[in-house]
Design a protein around this ligand. Structure first.
Ligand code: D5M
Ligand code: FE
Ligand code: ZN
Length: 475
């Protein structure tokens, strides 16, 4: 018998228990770290019943193995940019992108009663009515000077500068992102300017999430950075072997969602080669395949790219191209998707976005920070857009259709990129950021980013209960 199992069993044997050989076979499969706890709990229960034999059935009931129902595991890829990408050239391309953004978000905001009173910007400027009116458009400028913020918005008819004087509106005004869509209630001032009375974001309505019929679990991951010296291979392999353990939650996992930065990539940042263990894309992706290949075949794995992965860097990103590793595309239970993407897991709609824009938003928005990425993701839901700011650090492609608009409200919004686990619930939408499997890099140390690597987020798709499991702590 394995020595650790035997010492964990001493607890039961010393109390005069007998253990059936079939029960032993089950105990031998259990993660040693969990074993002692399990045996103590079983012993306590049996002492209460005054029964001193631990049988196979006792353990099966305790571990929930006997009661395993048939778990649903159906999926549908609801949105994947890979096949939809249609990039236009130059200035025309960006005009098309912003027109599409405006039209899509105007449609979303038209569900609000105020939108009945919307006027075009050119009409507002030419009539100078004294009534309160509504305009909507994309933010093209925002300046704060003392307690006054000037916001310029553009629609397809023109551009208008509006002034926020109201103290209560300053915090909304100062958090507005460049190129984000907003609706404003304004009134013409005597001096010819326009005073803002209210700022309305497209936002999401209260949402009742779709639920799975069975207690199937989805496991959320991102930012493996395979190929980097700092990839936590040992912990990651432990997590994969846990999936095959008798742990009652592990036994119910049918989906894994991998939200980008699968590899560390090549030439992503200066002097990266000094921090790599594999120096070309195919070698890194072969390492990815060799590791992910150990995931049990009854689990469906959805793999989306991030800013470190090969393929197009600009958003939206197509799936990691098959040419670098046909094995990843060939495996039956692997699904290569783009970024962002929406998948349905037993009817639960999961929006997957690596989260590149979080960098730009944290930098320009007071009150948002790298250690609370779920708050930034909440802001994206309010803006109904995953990457509004154009021309900052996050590259955006001039698509004919703005595929970064959040057209449909998801049940789960999954992000990554900042390497920090974070959870939030906003109007019924579960927001999660899935951390990383890369230890803190010298770069992250230098900019003060403290990651929380080596943990997974697990969601029961029926109850929406969320668990995190830590494979990095040494106890
Ligand atoms: O991003 C890992 C983390 O590092 C994430 O929090 C963003 C941050 N990061 C990455 N590049 C930069 C630059 N150039 N400036 C500031 N912060 C940055 P990853 O995508 O894994 O490299
Ligand atoms: Fe990353
Ligand atoms: Zn990233």
């Amino acid at each position: 018998m394995i020595r650790d199992v035997s010492s964990a069993l001493d607890f039961a044997l010393n109390k005069g228990f007998q253990i059936h050989p079939n029960a032993l076979r089950i105990l031998e499969q259990i993660d040693v770290k969990e074993l002692e706890k399990i045996i103590k709990q079983v012993v306590r229960e049996k002492e209460r019943q005054k029964l001193f034999l631990i049988s196979q059935q006792d353990l099966e009931v305790f571990l929930g193995i006997a009661e395993d129902e048939i778990l649903d595991d159906f999926h549908e890829i609801l949105f994947d940019p890979t096949t939809k990408i249609a990039t236009a050239e130059g200035v025309d391309g960006f005009t098309a992108l912003f027109s599409s953004r405006y039209a899509k978000l105007k449609k979303i905001i038209s569900n609000r009663p105020e939108s009945k009173m919307l006027k075009s910007i050119s009409a507002v400027i030419s009539t100078k009515s004294k009534e309160e009116i509504y305009v909507c458009g994309l933010v093209t400028d925002r300046k704060t000077d003392r307690n006054i913020t000037k916001i310029t918005i553009d629609d397809i008819t023109g551009s208008i500068e509006t002034i926020v004087i109201d103290e209560d509106l300053q915090s909304v005004a100062s958090s507005l992102l460049m190129d984000q869509f907003i609706m404003e209630k304004i009134v013409a001032a005597k001096n010819g300017g326009f005073i803002v009375k209210d700022i309305i974001l497209p936002d999401i309505p209260d949402h009742l999430p779709n639920r799975s019929k069975t207690e199937t679990y989805a496991l959320f991951l991102s930012d493996l950075h395979i190929g980097s010296k700092y990839f936590m291979e040992k912990e990651f392999l432990e997590m994969i072997s846990w999936l095959s353990s008798p742990d009652p939650i592990a036994r119910r996992v049918r989906f894994i969602v991998l939200g980008g930065d699968v590899v560390d990539g090549i030439g992503i940042y200066p002097n990266q080669d000094k921090e790599l263990v594999a120096l070309d894309t195919s070698a890194q992706l072969q390492m990815v395949f060799d590791i992910l290949d150990k995931i049990p075949k009854h689990i469906k794995v959805f793999i989306a790219p991030g800013n470190h992965d090969p393929g197009r860097r600009a958003l939206p990103q197509p799936a990691i191209p098959a040419k670098y590793n046909p094995n990843l595309w060939g495996r039956k239970n692997f699904f290569m998707i783009g970024n962002p993407a929406m998948v349905s897991l037993n009817g639960v709609k999961v929006l997957i976005f690596h989260g590149q824009s979080i960098d730009d938003i944290v930098k320009t928005t007071p009150g948002l920070s790298y250690d609370k990425p779920a708050k930034v993701m909440q802001y994206l839901l309010k803006a109904r857009h995953m990457s509004p700011i154009y021309g900052s650090q996050t590259p955006i492609a001039p698509e004919l259709e703005d595929l970064m608009v959040i057209d449909e409200v998801p049940d789960i919004f999954h992000g990554g990129h900042v390497h920090v686990i974070d959870l939030d619930l906003y109007r019924g939408v579960l927001i999660l950021n899935s951390g990383a499997w890369q230890a803190q890099t010298p770069f992250q140390t230098s900019v003060g980013i403290t990651p929380t690597p080596g943990m997974v987020v697990l969601v029961n798709l029926k109850t929406f209960k969320v668990y995190t499991k830590d494979f990095a702590s040494k106890n």
